[in-house]
Design a binder for this molecule. Sequence first.
Ligand code: SF4
Length: 62
Amino acid sequence: MRIIADRTVCAGHGMCEALAPDSFRVGDDGIVAPISDTIAAPERGLLELVVESCPVRALRLA
Ligand code: SF4
């Protein structure tokens, strides 16, 4: 299971980075900056919390 981040929707609130700093970084441009469009998440519970915590719904499970 992975999280897909839509960088066209991300508003840089940083909730994902705060909750799972090993999986997310907000870049210098203020947008979530994964290595690729998909981000490996450490565990399902945390993954679901991160998705639900994004204020602009930029994250989804895949
Ligand atoms: S929580 Fe959502 S809006 Fe905030 S940085 Fe992460 S993906 Fe972007």
